[in-house]
Design a protein around this ligand. Structure first.
Ligand SMILES: [Zn+2]
Length: 468
């Protein structure tokens, strides 16, 4: 079916207009005899005027029409929407032409709206069949090249390309409501929500007027606001564009500026905080470094003190060692001195004793010596110790300058030790002492020598020869 046809005399006629667009009455083409040779503007096949049971006027192809004619293939629903669009455009005071082709074939509008002054044109496309966003954009671009605005209109429940080009989704009139409404694609910006909210209660005629008068225009939504609310309190839907009023786009722009300022402020605040944080960190670092430096100085001072203490200690130890060595040296010197003196004393004593012994022995003549030996020999006979004999002639410090007398069993006794050399005879001598007489014996016993150890023979002090 089609709303337009080519009249052999009047050219293009439009079934949606009361005068068919050329001053004719519907009755002049509908069921007239003889038949007027009307043709399809698309395929040039013969058509005839017709109307539906509800009074919808249109042109139907004659029998055996070509299968590829677009107009003949369009659905009733499509045609109803086109009719509705044309009606809305005319109500807004614009001209509406249906099924219009570009002379060069670059476009073919379902309904082409033209302003009364003829300066502006806008295509309205009833898009019922599936179409890709790319194709939609390409066709939109072709209209733009021809300086024609466009609005794609779909009555489908789901319109995936709603955001891809200037488009609206319309709602088919229900049994109760007899007007078409724009269900989606139109939105207003609500600053309080900071969001676009879909407008879904505007009738198609009103929307068409707004769009034609540019009270609403296709608007590319700023990236920040592309989550559009389906209702003020409703769910969100992602949209890149919508039809919107200048007021709304200005509100969006202001909101965007505010948000940008806020973002900028937030950025500046964060930057300040970052700088502050960095400053604090640097301060902290500097403080730590300073503390570390002071601790290092303190440690160095401690180490220096310890070194000094050690040096003092070592000096002290060295002094003490020196002192000890000096003391030891002094002690050794004293000991040596003492030993030297003791040795001197011993030597002096020995000399004295030797001199005394020499004097002591000088008192004794050879005869007296022989006499004494004879007396000892007699004693040894009495005591039955066998033959005795003096170990040697002469005297020395051994045996206290006396002469040892040996018997068969060993030392028999000491003859005339020097009285000056027998001080401890009892203790370490315990040998018998043989002397000449009582006077000599007394010289020993007077010094504490055990009288039992002192044997004398009552020999005269003077030589008897002298007495004779
Ligand atoms: Zn046709």
């Amino acid at each position: 079916m089609a709303f337009t046809a080519i009249h052999p005399e009047h050219g293009r006629i439009d079934a949606t207009r009361s005068d068919l667009g050329c001053g004719l009455d519907w009755s002049q083409v509908h069921r007239v005899r003889p038949r007027i040779n009307l043709t399809c503007p698309e395929c040039e096949w013969g058509v005839h005027a017709k109307h539906s049971s509800r009074g919808l006027r249109f042109f139907a192809h004659n029998a055996k029409r070509p299968a590829e004619c677009q107009l003949s293939n369009e659905s009733v629903e499509h045609h109803l929407l086109k009719l509705e669009l044309a009606t809305a455009i005319r109500a807004a005071g614009w001209y509406a032409e249906l099924e219009v082709r570009a002379d060069d074939g670059t476009w073919r509008a379902d309904v082409l709206a033209s302003s009364a002054d003829g300066t502006r044109r806008m295509a309205w496309e009833a898009q019922l069949s599936a179409i890709t966003a790319e194709e939609l954009q390409e066709r939109t671009a072709r209209y733009a090249d021809a300086d024609i605005a466009v609005c794609w209109v779909s009555p489908r429940a789901e319109v995936p390309w709603l955001s891809s080009a200037p488009a609206v989704r319309v709602a088919v009139p229900s049994k109760d409501a007899h007007v078409w409404t724009v269900a989606d694609g139109l939105a207003k910006f609500m600053p309080k929500l900071g969001s676009w909210v879909r407008v879904s209660d505007i009738d198609l005629a009103t929307f068409a007027r707004w769009a034609l008068q540019e009270q609403v225009t296709p608007h590319t939504i700023l990236p920040r606001y592309r989550r559009v609310r389906l209702r003020p309190d409703g769910s969100l839907s992602r949209r890149a564009s919508c039809w919107a009023s200048a007021k709304s786009t200005a509100a969006e722009s202001r909101h965007e500026q505010m948000r940008s300022r806020q973002d900028e402020q937030k950025k500046r605040r964060q930057e300040r905080e970052r700088v502050e944080q960095e400053r604090k960190l640097l301060e902290e670092k500097a403080r730590n470094a300073e503390e570390e430096r002071l601790r290092a100085i303190e440690r160095e001072a401690e180490a220096e003190k310890a070194r000094e203490r050690l040096q003092v200690q070592m000096a002290q130890w060295a002094a003490e060692r020196k002192e000890r060595l000096a003391q030891a040296e002094e002690q050794r010197r004293i000991e040596e001195e003492r030993a030297r003196k003791a040795e001197q004393a011993r030597l002096a004593q020995e000399r004295r004793e030797r001199e005394a012994a020499e004097r002591w022995w000088a008192e004794l003549s050879g005869e007296q010596w022989q006499g004494l030996l004879a007396a000892i020999g007699e004693l040894s006979v009495q005591e039955k110790v066998g033959k005795t004999y003096p170990v040697k002639q002469g005297v020395d410090a051994e045996y206290a300058f006396g002469v040892p007398i040996m018997a068969r069993r060993g030392l028999y006794g000491i003859v005339r030790p020097s009285p000056d050399s027998v001080k401890n005879w009892n203790v370490y001598g315990r040998q018998r002492i043989f002397v000449r007489n009582q006077r000599e014996a007394d010289l020993f016993t007077d010094q504490g020598v055990d009288p039992a150890l002192v044997i004398h023979f009552d020999l005269p002090d003077f030589e008897q020869l002298n007495l004779c």
